[in-house]
Design a protein around this ligand. Structure first.
Ligand code: PLP
Length: 449
């Protein structure tokens, strides 16, 4: 896709050829800078003229010979990304440049070997599993995960012949009893949605390495971490021990609440299978969404997260002081049950502690009416919005037990009085003002009659 290259003459000035840029990101630059500039020297496009990456919007690609068309199909899924060669693009569902430039950026941000994007976070999770599992292969998951992931594991995978076991992945001793030769994947979110529980990834890596000593390469036990809450800004799971990182790009990475997308960052050995799976199951990320995520989302990720984290660090301890709020969970609080692990794993690009923008709190229903609090927000608040999703410019509040995690029909993921708060970019005092009004309005009248 060499736009502009090979031209003999520009405005009468002899054209000496476009400069040859280095292929991948320059490791000498900080990740924050690389998120702004991206792999703008990718073989996926000629960036010699564009400052903002171009948005390619073509369902199909001109083939200059029948041989080139045949080569594109033969090579699809076999090429190593960003190896310096521009791939032969054939058809959008197979591969296309805007999406693949974003994939290069995500791969770099997570420190992975390859990245394949999908139409949503759920499509990415499903593809990362279904593309490697064979009939009878098993998954062990941490019990608390996003509601639709839980639904995938309970409603679909057992039916497809992939049994799923639930086990606390911080209980390594017990895990040895659950993992069998058939287990291919240990799945978790860390921090978990919505409780913010962390998994000790170093301990899990040591466990998996031991299991893998007696396994062939194509049957290794793989550690999958959904890093949607933390984002690569707050945590790089691969450096901590994960094999595969998953993202809902819809959340913090997209950041503005305008695009749905997902990504799998994986070892190079999984690249062709993921690409072939995506080609055949078809859940591609549209180039328009990829472009918005790349141009708006990624460059502003550190800025947004830092600001949201600043506000979360004000709001979380402030919430702790309210009578009737029984527990506030935020990795930045001294009261956070896994404080040491949080300080070890949640580190930003400058190695500063990065507890993120998510707060989870529970209220005592005898003192504060949780539903009333949310309804008050819905009807009266300006700076806090009753809505699912997270990692938005706007502060979003919801009830996981009744909404995002309602697939847990036994209520085991979240308390019925639990409230998830995703901090946005508003002024901290305004968020406090709206929350305080909602808490006061929802306070039950406990005065004796
Ligand atoms: C942790 C986590 N993973 C995955 C998803 C699914 O993402 P999407 O809505 O983009 O499919 C979500 C959605 O809320 C999530 O919170």
């Amino acid at each position: 896709m060499s736009v502009g290259s090979g031209q003999a003459d520009l405005y009468g000035v002899p054209f000496s050829g476009l400069p040859k840029y280095p292929m991948s990101n320059n490791d000498d630059y900080k990740p924050t800078t690389r998120l702004v500039h991206g792999p703008s020297h990718s073989a996926k496009w000629d960036f010699s003229h564009h400052v903002t990456p171009p948005l390619s919007s073509s369902t199909t690609y001109r083939l200059d010979s029948a041989e080139r068309g045949a080569r594109g199909f033969t090579e699809f899924g076999q090429y190593v990304r960003d190896d310096g060669e521009t791939p032969v693009y054939i058809y959008d569902r197979l591969d296309e440049p805007t999406r693949s430039i974003l994939e290069g950026e995500l791969c770099d941000a997570e420190g992975g070997e390859c990245c394949v994007t999908f139409a949503s976070g759920m499509a990415a999770i499903a593809a990362s599993m279904s593309s490697i599992l064979a009939l009878g292969d098993e998954i062990v998951t941490h019990p608390v995960v996003y509601g639709c992931t839980h639904s995938l594991f309970t409603n679909w995978y057992p039916k497809f012949g992939f049994p799923v076991h639930y086990h606390n992945l911080n209980d390594i001793e017990g895990l040895a009893q659950v993992v069998s030769d058939k287990t291919r994947v240990l799945f978790m979110e860390s921090p978990a949605n919505p409780t913010l529980e962390l998994i000790d990834l170093g301990a899990l890596r040591a466990f998996a390495d031991k299991v893998n000593e007696r396994r062939p390469d194509d049957r290794k036990l793989l550690i999958y971490v959904d890093n949607t809450f933390a984002t690569p800004f707050c945590q790089r799971p691969i450096a901590l021990g994960a094999d595969v990182v998953l993202h809902s790009l819809t959340k913090n990475i997209g950041g503005f609440g305008t695009e749905i997308g997902g990504a799998v960052i994986a070892p190079k050995s999984m690249l062709s299978t993921l690409l072939l799976y995506r080609k055949d199951f078809g859940a591609i990320l549209s180039s328009k969404s990829a472009w918005a995520i790349m141009v708006y989302g990624l460059p502003t990720l550190p800025l947004r997260l830092k600001r949201q984290q600043y506000t979360a660090n004000i709001v979380a301890p402030w919430l702790e002081k309210f009578d009737g709020i029984v527990q506030v969970t935020y990795p930045g609080l001294d009261s956070f049950p896994q404080r040491d692990l949080a300080h070890k794993q949640l580190r930003d690009f400058d190695n500063d502690f990065a507890p993120g923008n998510m707060i989870y709190f529970t209220v005592n229903d005898d003192v504060i009416d949780a539903k009333g609090l949310l309804n008050y927000v819905a009807e009266n608040a300006y700076s806090v919005t009753l809505a699912v999703s997270l990692g938005h410019t706007k502060t979003l509040i919801e009830s996981p037990a009744n909404m995002t995690h309602s697939s847990y029909t036994d209520g085991s993921a979240a308390s019925s009085t639990g409230i998830r708060l995703s901090i946005g970019l508003e002024s901290p005092g305004d968020i406090q003002r709206d929350l305080e009004a909602a808490i006061s309005a929802a306070r039950r009248n406990t005065q004796p009659a």
